[in-house]
Ligand binder design. Structure first.
Ligand code: NAD
Length: 431
Protein backbone atom coordinates (compact mmCIF):
# COMPACT_ATOMS: atom_id res chain seq x y z
CA UNK A 1 0.00 0.00 0.00
CA UNK A 2 1.02 3.60 -0.41
CA UNK A 3 1.29 5.32 2.96
CA UNK A 4 2.28 8.76 4.15
CA UNK A 5 3.33 9.17 7.75
CA UNK A 6 3.05 12.78 8.88
CA UNK A 7 5.43 13.49 11.77
CA UNK A 8 8.67 11.53 12.04
CA UNK A 9 9.07 11.48 15.81
CA UNK A 10 9.11 8.41 18.05
CA UNK A 11 5.73 7.20 16.79
CA UNK A 12 5.94 8.31 13.16
CA UNK A 13 9.41 6.97 12.50
CA UNK A 14 8.69 3.60 14.08
CA UNK A 15 5.34 3.32 12.29
CA UNK A 16 6.77 4.36 8.92
CA UNK A 17 9.77 2.06 9.21
CA UNK A 18 7.62 -0.81 10.46
CA UNK A 19 5.15 -0.53 7.58
CA UNK A 20 7.99 -0.17 5.05
CA UNK A 21 9.52 -3.32 6.48
CA UNK A 22 6.29 -5.13 5.65
CA UNK A 23 6.68 -4.14 2.00
CA UNK A 24 4.58 -0.99 1.90
CA UNK A 25 5.62 2.12 0.03
CA UNK A 26 6.10 4.79 2.72
CA UNK A 27 6.58 8.54 2.55
CA UNK A 28 7.78 10.12 5.80
CA UNK A 29 6.73 13.76 5.95
CA UNK A 30 7.79 16.31 8.55
CA UNK A 31 7.90 20.10 8.84
CA UNK A 32 11.33 19.84 10.45
CA UNK A 33 13.69 20.10 7.48
CA UNK A 34 16.79 19.31 9.53
CA UNK A 35 15.16 16.07 10.68
CA UNK A 36 14.17 15.11 7.14
CA UNK A 37 17.69 15.90 5.85
CA UNK A 38 19.22 13.78 8.59
CA UNK A 39 16.84 10.92 7.82
CA UNK A 40 17.57 11.22 4.10
CA UNK A 41 21.26 10.84 4.87
CA UNK A 42 20.51 7.50 6.54
CA UNK A 43 20.78 8.66 10.16
CA UNK A 44 17.96 8.57 12.69
CA UNK A 45 17.38 11.41 15.17
CA UNK A 46 16.29 9.23 18.12
CA UNK A 47 17.58 6.27 20.07
CA UNK A 48 15.23 3.32 19.81
CA UNK A 49 16.55 -0.26 20.00
CA UNK A 50 16.47 -2.03 16.61
CA UNK A 51 15.15 0.98 14.71
CA UNK A 52 18.31 2.24 13.02
CA UNK A 53 19.14 -1.05 11.29
CA UNK A 54 15.56 -1.54 10.10
CA UNK A 55 15.31 2.06 8.94
CA UNK A 56 18.57 1.96 6.95
CA UNK A 57 17.66 -1.32 5.28
CA UNK A 58 14.26 -0.06 4.14
CA UNK A 59 15.62 3.31 3.05
CA UNK A 60 18.20 1.52 0.92
CA UNK A 61 15.52 -0.73 -0.56
CA UNK A 62 13.62 2.38 -1.66
CA UNK A 63 10.57 1.65 0.48
CA UNK A 64 11.01 4.84 2.52
CA UNK A 65 11.04 8.29 0.96
CA UNK A 66 11.45 11.53 2.87
CA UNK A 67 9.84 14.89 2.23
CA UNK A 68 8.77 18.19 3.74
CA UNK A 69 6.31 18.69 0.88
CA UNK A 70 2.71 18.19 2.10
CA UNK A 71 1.31 18.17 -1.43
CA UNK A 72 3.57 15.27 -2.40
CA UNK A 73 2.71 13.45 0.81
CA UNK A 74 -1.01 13.76 0.19
CA UNK A 75 -1.00 13.18 -3.59
CA UNK A 76 1.15 10.08 -3.60
CA UNK A 77 -0.56 8.03 -0.88
CA UNK A 78 -3.82 6.22 -0.20
CA UNK A 79 -3.55 6.25 3.58
CA UNK A 80 -2.21 9.21 5.56
CA UNK A 81 -1.21 8.66 9.17
CA UNK A 82 -1.20 11.70 11.45
CA UNK A 83 1.63 11.10 13.96
CA UNK A 84 2.40 14.66 15.07
CA UNK A 85 2.87 15.73 18.68
CA UNK A 86 -0.06 16.65 20.94
CA UNK A 87 1.65 18.23 23.96
CA UNK A 88 -0.17 19.89 26.86
CA UNK A 89 -1.10 23.51 26.17
CA UNK A 90 -1.57 26.38 28.64
CA UNK A 91 -5.13 25.18 29.39
CA UNK A 92 -3.88 21.69 30.30
CA UNK A 93 -5.56 20.22 27.25
CA UNK A 94 -4.00 18.40 24.30
CA UNK A 95 -2.58 21.00 21.90
CA UNK A 96 -4.12 20.02 18.59
CA UNK A 97 -2.56 22.77 16.50
CA UNK A 98 -0.24 20.38 14.60
CA UNK A 99 -3.12 17.95 13.99
CA UNK A 100 -5.22 20.85 12.65
CA UNK A 101 -2.38 22.01 10.36
CA UNK A 102 -2.06 18.52 8.92
CA UNK A 103 -5.82 18.16 8.41
CA UNK A 104 -5.86 21.50 6.61
CA UNK A 105 -3.06 20.46 4.25
CA UNK A 106 -4.75 17.12 3.57
CA UNK A 107 -7.96 18.95 2.62
CA UNK A 108 -6.13 21.42 0.39
CA UNK A 109 -4.17 18.80 -1.52
CA UNK A 110 -6.67 15.94 -1.64
CA UNK A 111 -6.79 14.60 -5.19
CA UNK A 112 -8.46 11.23 -4.69
CA UNK A 113 -10.14 9.04 -2.04
CA UNK A 114 -7.91 8.90 1.07
CA UNK A 115 -8.04 7.36 4.48
CA UNK A 116 -6.79 9.74 7.14
CA UNK A 117 -5.66 7.93 10.28
CA UNK A 118 -5.35 9.68 13.63
CA UNK A 119 -2.46 7.88 15.32
CA UNK A 120 -1.53 10.84 17.49
CA UNK A 121 -3.13 10.66 20.93
CA UNK A 122 -6.11 12.99 20.63
CA UNK A 123 -9.19 13.67 22.77
CA UNK A 124 -12.52 12.06 22.00
CA UNK A 125 -14.24 13.96 19.20
CA UNK A 126 -11.02 14.86 17.36
CA UNK A 127 -11.80 12.61 14.38
CA UNK A 128 -14.95 14.67 13.78
CA UNK A 129 -12.92 17.87 14.01
CA UNK A 130 -10.35 16.52 11.53
CA UNK A 131 -13.18 15.52 9.17
CA UNK A 132 -14.63 19.01 9.29
CA UNK A 133 -11.28 20.73 8.70
CA UNK A 134 -10.54 18.50 5.71
CA UNK A 135 -13.99 19.15 4.25
CA UNK A 136 -13.73 22.91 4.80
CA UNK A 137 -10.38 23.01 2.98
CA UNK A 138 -11.15 20.80 0.02
CA UNK A 139 -10.92 22.50 -3.38
CA UNK A 140 -13.61 20.15 -4.67
CA UNK A 141 -15.72 17.51 -2.96
CA UNK A 142 -13.72 14.28 -2.71
CA UNK A 143 -14.69 11.29 -0.62
CA UNK A 144 -12.46 10.37 2.35
CA UNK A 145 -12.60 8.60 5.68
CA UNK A 146 -11.11 9.50 9.03
CA UNK A 147 -10.09 6.60 11.23
CA UNK A 148 -8.81 6.45 14.82
CA UNK A 149 -5.89 4.02 15.23
CA UNK A 150 -4.27 4.93 18.55
CA UNK A 151 -0.68 3.95 19.16
CA UNK A 152 0.32 1.93 22.22
CA UNK A 153 4.06 1.47 21.58
CA UNK A 154 6.45 1.79 24.49
CA UNK A 155 9.58 3.81 23.89
CA UNK A 156 12.56 1.51 24.38
CA UNK A 157 10.59 -1.41 22.94
CA UNK A 158 8.80 0.38 20.11
CA UNK A 159 10.01 -1.79 17.23
CA UNK A 160 9.06 -4.95 19.10
CA UNK A 161 5.69 -3.43 19.93
CA UNK A 162 5.07 -2.56 16.28
CA UNK A 163 5.85 -6.13 15.25
CA UNK A 164 4.01 -7.79 18.09
CA UNK A 165 1.48 -5.41 19.61
CA UNK A 166 -0.84 -6.49 22.45
CA UNK A 167 -3.72 -5.32 20.31
CA UNK A 168 -4.52 -3.07 17.38
CA UNK A 169 -7.47 -0.77 17.84
CA UNK A 170 -9.18 0.60 14.76
CA UNK A 171 -12.06 3.04 15.21
CA UNK A 172 -14.08 3.40 11.99
CA UNK A 173 -17.54 4.41 10.89
CA UNK A 174 -17.58 3.05 7.34
CA UNK A 175 -17.06 -0.40 5.87
CA UNK A 176 -14.78 0.85 3.11
CA UNK A 177 -12.25 2.22 5.60
CA UNK A 178 -12.62 -0.85 7.82
CA UNK A 179 -11.74 -3.17 4.93
CA UNK A 180 -8.69 -1.17 3.87
CA UNK A 181 -7.37 -0.78 7.42
CA UNK A 182 -7.94 -4.48 8.15
CA UNK A 183 -6.06 -5.36 5.02
CA UNK A 184 -3.17 -3.04 5.99
CA UNK A 185 -2.88 -4.79 9.34
CA UNK A 186 -3.52 -8.31 7.95
CA UNK A 187 0.14 -9.28 8.34
CA UNK A 188 -0.27 -8.76 12.10
CA UNK A 189 -2.82 -11.55 12.26
CA UNK A 190 -0.01 -14.10 12.43
CA UNK A 191 0.86 -12.72 15.87
CA UNK A 192 -2.57 -13.91 17.05
CA UNK A 193 -3.10 -10.59 18.76
CA UNK A 194 -6.56 -9.05 18.45
CA UNK A 195 -7.38 -6.46 15.84
CA UNK A 196 -10.29 -4.70 17.46
CA UNK A 197 -12.68 -2.84 15.20
CA UNK A 198 -14.76 -0.34 17.11
CA UNK A 199 -16.52 2.98 16.77
CA UNK A 200 -14.27 6.02 16.48
CA UNK A 201 -15.06 7.62 19.83
CA UNK A 202 -14.43 4.43 21.78
CA UNK A 203 -11.06 4.05 20.04
CA UNK A 204 -10.15 7.60 21.02
CA UNK A 205 -11.08 6.96 24.66
CA UNK A 206 -9.34 3.54 24.79
CA UNK A 207 -5.98 5.28 24.38
CA UNK A 208 -6.50 7.76 27.24
CA UNK A 209 -8.10 5.12 29.44
CA UNK A 210 -5.11 2.79 28.95
CA UNK A 211 -2.51 5.42 29.82
CA UNK A 212 -4.57 6.73 32.73
CA UNK A 213 -4.90 3.20 34.13
CA UNK A 214 -1.12 2.62 33.96
CA UNK A 215 -0.44 6.02 35.52
CA UNK A 216 -3.00 5.24 38.25
CA UNK A 217 -1.23 1.99 39.11
CA UNK A 218 2.05 3.87 39.55
CA UNK A 219 0.51 6.61 41.71
CA UNK A 220 -1.36 3.93 43.67
CA UNK A 221 1.93 2.26 44.60
CA UNK A 222 3.67 5.56 45.25
CA UNK A 223 0.96 6.57 47.71
CA UNK A 224 1.22 3.20 49.46
CA UNK A 225 5.02 3.52 49.63
CA UNK A 226 4.66 6.10 52.43
CA UNK A 227 2.73 3.63 54.55
CA UNK A 228 5.41 1.01 53.95
CA UNK A 229 8.11 3.43 55.09
CA UNK A 230 6.17 4.43 58.23
CA UNK A 231 5.47 0.83 59.21
CA UNK A 232 8.68 -0.93 58.20
CA UNK A 233 7.13 -2.83 55.30
CA UNK A 234 8.69 -3.18 51.84
CA UNK A 235 6.72 -1.87 48.86
CA UNK A 236 8.49 -4.34 46.56
CA UNK A 237 7.20 -7.25 48.62
CA UNK A 238 3.74 -5.69 48.66
CA UNK A 239 3.82 -5.30 44.87
CA UNK A 240 4.98 -8.87 44.43
CA UNK A 241 2.21 -10.19 46.66
CA UNK A 242 -0.39 -8.16 44.80
CA UNK A 243 0.97 -9.11 41.40
CA UNK A 244 0.44 -12.84 41.90
CA UNK A 245 -3.28 -12.13 41.80
CA UNK A 246 -4.41 -12.76 38.22
CA UNK A 247 -6.94 -9.99 38.52
CA UNK A 248 -4.16 -7.52 39.27
CA UNK A 249 -1.00 -8.73 37.49
CA UNK A 250 2.51 -7.69 38.31
CA UNK A 251 3.24 -4.89 35.88
CA UNK A 252 3.28 -1.16 36.56
CA UNK A 253 3.32 -1.69 40.32
CA UNK A 254 6.74 -0.14 40.94
CA UNK A 255 7.01 2.68 43.43
CA UNK A 256 9.68 5.22 42.52
CA UNK A 257 10.28 8.83 41.59
CA UNK A 258 7.08 9.01 39.58
CA UNK A 259 6.17 8.53 35.95
CA UNK A 260 7.41 10.86 33.23
CA UNK A 261 7.80 10.84 29.48
CA UNK A 262 5.83 12.39 26.69
CA UNK A 263 2.63 10.41 27.31
CA UNK A 264 1.41 9.64 30.85
CA UNK A 265 1.71 13.16 32.33
CA UNK A 266 0.15 14.93 29.37
CA UNK A 267 -2.48 12.26 28.72
CA UNK A 268 -3.68 12.21 32.34
CA UNK A 269 -3.95 16.02 32.26
CA UNK A 270 -5.73 16.01 28.90
CA UNK A 271 -8.17 13.39 30.17
CA UNK A 272 -8.94 15.55 33.23
CA UNK A 273 -9.67 18.49 30.91
CA UNK A 274 -11.87 16.37 28.65
CA UNK A 275 -13.80 15.10 31.67
CA UNK A 276 -14.28 18.70 32.89
CA UNK A 277 -15.43 19.82 29.45
CA UNK A 278 -18.02 17.04 29.48
CA UNK A 279 -19.23 17.87 33.03
CA UNK A 280 -17.88 14.58 34.38
CA UNK A 281 -16.10 13.95 37.69
CA UNK A 282 -12.33 13.87 37.42
CA UNK A 283 -11.09 13.60 41.02
CA UNK A 284 -9.45 10.18 40.62
CA UNK A 285 -7.20 11.41 37.81
CA UNK A 286 -6.42 14.68 39.58
CA UNK A 287 -5.19 12.62 42.53
CA UNK A 288 -3.06 10.48 40.19
CA UNK A 289 -1.44 13.60 38.74
CA UNK A 290 -0.98 15.28 42.14
CA UNK A 291 0.61 12.19 43.70
CA UNK A 292 2.98 11.96 40.75
CA UNK A 293 4.06 15.60 41.00
CA UNK A 294 4.78 15.17 44.72
CA UNK A 295 6.71 11.99 44.05
CA UNK A 296 9.28 13.76 41.88
CA UNK A 297 10.51 15.59 45.02
CA UNK A 298 10.70 12.51 47.20
CA UNK A 299 14.39 11.81 46.62
CA UNK A 300 15.27 15.42 47.42
CA UNK A 301 13.37 15.16 50.70
CA UNK A 302 15.27 11.98 51.52
CA UNK A 303 18.58 13.53 50.58
CA UNK A 304 17.90 16.49 52.89
CA UNK A 305 17.69 14.09 55.84
CA UNK A 306 21.23 12.89 55.12
CA UNK A 307 23.22 15.98 54.05
CA UNK A 308 23.15 19.74 53.73
CA UNK A 309 22.37 20.07 50.03
CA UNK A 310 23.69 23.64 49.74
CA UNK A 311 27.20 23.64 48.20
CA UNK A 312 27.12 19.85 47.83
CA UNK A 313 27.89 17.92 44.66
CA UNK A 314 25.27 15.33 43.83
CA UNK A 315 25.70 12.56 41.28
CA UNK A 316 22.76 11.30 39.28
CA UNK A 317 22.62 8.01 37.43
CA UNK A 318 19.98 8.10 34.71
CA UNK A 319 18.37 11.07 33.00
CA UNK A 320 15.93 9.54 30.48
CA UNK A 321 12.40 9.09 31.78
CA UNK A 322 12.86 5.33 31.57
CA UNK A 323 15.55 2.91 30.38
CA UNK A 324 16.34 2.18 26.72
CA UNK A 325 15.27 5.58 25.44
CA UNK A 326 16.91 8.97 24.97
CA UNK A 327 13.58 10.71 25.62
CA UNK A 328 13.79 13.15 28.53
CA UNK A 329 10.40 14.82 28.14
CA UNK A 330 8.92 15.27 31.64
CA UNK A 331 11.61 12.98 33.05
CA UNK A 332 11.58 13.12 36.89
CA UNK A 333 15.40 13.50 36.74
CA UNK A 334 14.97 16.99 35.27
CA UNK A 335 12.77 18.14 38.18
CA UNK A 336 15.17 16.63 40.68
CA UNK A 337 18.22 18.28 39.10
CA UNK A 338 16.53 21.69 38.93
CA UNK A 339 15.32 21.43 42.53
CA UNK A 340 18.81 20.53 43.75
CA UNK A 341 20.40 23.34 41.73
CA UNK A 342 17.95 25.83 43.25
CA UNK A 343 19.09 24.63 46.66
CA UNK A 344 22.71 25.34 45.72
CA UNK A 345 23.96 21.89 44.69
CA UNK A 346 26.30 21.10 41.81
CA UNK A 347 25.23 18.17 39.62
CA UNK A 348 27.17 15.40 37.94
CA UNK A 349 24.97 13.26 35.67
CA UNK A 350 25.36 10.15 33.58
CA UNK A 351 23.09 8.36 31.12
CA UNK A 352 23.81 5.72 28.46
CA UNK A 353 22.02 7.60 25.64
CA UNK A 354 20.22 10.74 26.86
CA UNK A 355 23.14 13.12 27.48
CA UNK A 356 22.79 15.02 24.20
CA UNK A 357 19.10 15.69 24.79
CA UNK A 358 19.81 16.67 28.40
CA UNK A 359 22.46 19.19 27.31
CA UNK A 360 19.78 21.02 25.33
CA UNK A 361 17.61 21.73 28.37
CA UNK A 362 19.88 21.64 31.43
CA UNK A 363 22.42 24.30 32.38
CA UNK A 364 25.46 23.92 34.63
CA UNK A 365 25.40 20.13 34.77
CA UNK A 366 28.62 18.18 34.33
CA UNK A 367 27.92 15.11 32.19
CA UNK A 368 29.85 11.86 32.23
CA UNK A 369 29.80 8.75 30.08
CA UNK A 370 31.09 6.54 32.85
CA UNK A 371 29.02 5.93 36.01
CA UNK A 372 32.10 5.60 38.22
CA UNK A 373 33.57 8.89 36.96
CA UNK A 374 30.22 10.55 37.64
CA UNK A 375 30.34 9.89 41.36
CA UNK A 376 33.98 10.70 42.14
CA UNK A 377 34.06 13.00 45.21
CA UNK A 378 30.30 13.50 45.19
CA UNK A 379 28.40 13.93 48.43
CA UNK A 380 25.65 11.50 47.44
CA UNK A 381 24.33 9.45 44.53
CA UNK A 382 20.75 9.48 43.26
CA UNK A 383 19.51 6.75 40.92
CA UNK A 384 16.81 8.31 38.74
CA UNK A 385 16.45 5.75 35.92
CA UNK A 386 16.65 1.98 36.23
CA UNK A 387 19.05 1.36 33.34
CA UNK A 388 20.44 -2.20 33.39
CA UNK A 389 23.88 -0.59 33.15
CA UNK A 390 23.55 0.52 36.78
CA UNK A 391 22.35 -2.75 38.26
CA UNK A 392 25.55 -4.76 38.58
CA UNK A 393 28.20 -2.15 39.21
CA UNK A 394 30.95 -2.66 41.78
CA UNK A 395 29.36 -1.12 44.86
CA UNK A 396 32.60 -1.37 46.83
CA UNK A 397 34.20 0.92 44.22
CA UNK A 398 31.15 3.16 44.39
CA UNK A 399 31.61 3.49 48.13
CA UNK A 400 35.27 4.43 47.74
CA UNK A 401 34.63 6.97 44.98
CA UNK A 402 31.80 8.80 46.76
CA UNK A 403 32.82 11.35 49.37
CA UNK A 404 29.94 10.14 51.56
CA UNK A 405 28.51 6.66 51.03
CA UNK A 406 24.95 7.90 50.53
CA UNK A 407 22.71 6.37 47.86
CA UNK A 408 19.14 7.48 47.24
CA UNK A 409 17.71 4.78 45.01
CA UNK A 410 14.73 6.35 43.27
CA UNK A 411 14.00 3.14 41.36
CA UNK A 412 14.58 0.51 44.05
CA UNK A 413 17.18 -1.34 41.97
CA UNK A 414 19.47 -2.27 44.86
CA UNK A 415 18.92 -4.55 47.82
CA UNK A 416 18.59 -2.47 51.01
CA UNK A 417 20.22 -5.09 53.22
CA UNK A 418 23.20 -5.60 50.91
CA UNK A 419 23.69 -1.85 50.66
CA UNK A 420 23.56 -1.42 54.44
CA UNK A 421 25.96 -4.33 54.93
CA UNK A 422 28.38 -2.61 52.55
CA UNK A 423 28.21 0.45 54.77
CA UNK A 424 26.01 2.72 52.67
CA UNK A 425 23.42 5.10 53.99
CA UNK A 426 20.84 3.71 51.60
CA UNK A 427 17.33 4.99 51.02
CA UNK A 428 14.96 3.43 48.51
CA UNK A 429 11.30 4.27 47.99
CA UNK A 430 8.79 2.61 50.32
CA UNK A 431 11.23 0.15 51.83
P1 NAD B 1 7.45 13.70 18.58
O1 NAD B 1 7.45 15.03 19.18
O2 NAD B 1 8.61 12.78 18.79
O3 NAD B 1 7.27 13.83 17.00
C1 NAD B 1 6.32 14.66 16.40
C2 NAD B 1 6.83 15.04 15.02
O4 NAD B 1 5.81 15.73 14.32
C3 NAD B 1 8.04 15.97 15.02
O5 NAD B 1 9.08 15.42 14.22
C4 NAD B 1 7.51 17.27 14.45
O6 NAD B 1 8.47 18.00 13.74
C5 NAD B 1 6.41 16.75 13.55
N1 NAD B 1 5.39 17.75 13.19
C6 NAD B 1 4.83 18.70 13.97
N2 NAD B 1 3.92 19.42 13.27
C7 NAD B 1 3.90 18.89 12.03
C8 NAD B 1 3.18 19.19 10.85
N3 NAD B 1 2.26 20.15 10.83
N4 NAD B 1 3.44 18.46 9.74
C9 NAD B 1 4.36 17.49 9.75
N5 NAD B 1 5.08 17.15 10.84
C10 NAD B 1 4.85 17.84 11.97
O7 NAD B 1 6.11 13.00 19.06
P2 NAD B 1 5.86 11.44 19.37
O8 NAD B 1 6.45 11.09 20.70
O9 NAD B 1 6.20 10.65 18.18
O10 NAD B 1 4.27 11.46 19.58
C11 NAD B 1 3.40 11.67 18.50
C12 NAD B 1 1.99 11.39 18.96
O11 NAD B 1 1.88 9.99 19.32
C13 NAD B 1 1.55 12.16 20.20
O12 NAD B 1 0.20 12.44 20.10
C14 NAD B 1 1.79 11.17 21.33
O13 NAD B 1 0.97 11.42 22.43
C15 NAD B 1 1.44 9.87 20.67
N6 NAD B 1 2.09 8.70 21.25
C16 NAD B 1 3.40 8.77 21.61
C17 NAD B 1 4.01 7.63 22.13
C18 NAD B 1 5.45 7.68 22.56
O14 NAD B 1 5.88 6.76 23.28
N7 NAD B 1 6.22 8.67 22.17
C19 NAD B 1 3.30 6.44 22.28
C20 NAD B 1 1.97 6.41 21.88
C21 NAD B 1 1.38 7.54 21.36
Amino acid sequence: MKLTIVGTGYVGLVTGTGFANLGNDVICLDVDKAKIDLLASGEIPIYEPGLEEMYKRNLKAGRIRLTTDSQKGVHESDIIFICVGTPTNAHKEADLSAVKDVAKAIGQYMNDYKIVVNKSTVPVGTADMVKKIIKDNQQQEIEFDVVSNPEFLREGAAVKDFENPDRIVIGVDRKRAEDIMSSLYRSRERTDKPIMITDIRSAEIIKYASNAMLATRISFMNQLSYLCEKTGADIKQVAKGMGFDNRIGSRFLQAGVGYGGSCFPKDVRALITTLKQNDCDFDLFEAVDRINEKQKSVVVEKLKTAIDVKNSTIAMWGISFKPKTDDIREAPSINIIKELQEMGAKIHACDPVAINNAKNILDDVEFFENPYETIRNCDALIVATEWNEFRNLDMRAVKILLKNPIVIDGRNIYDPKEMKDLGFTYMGIGR
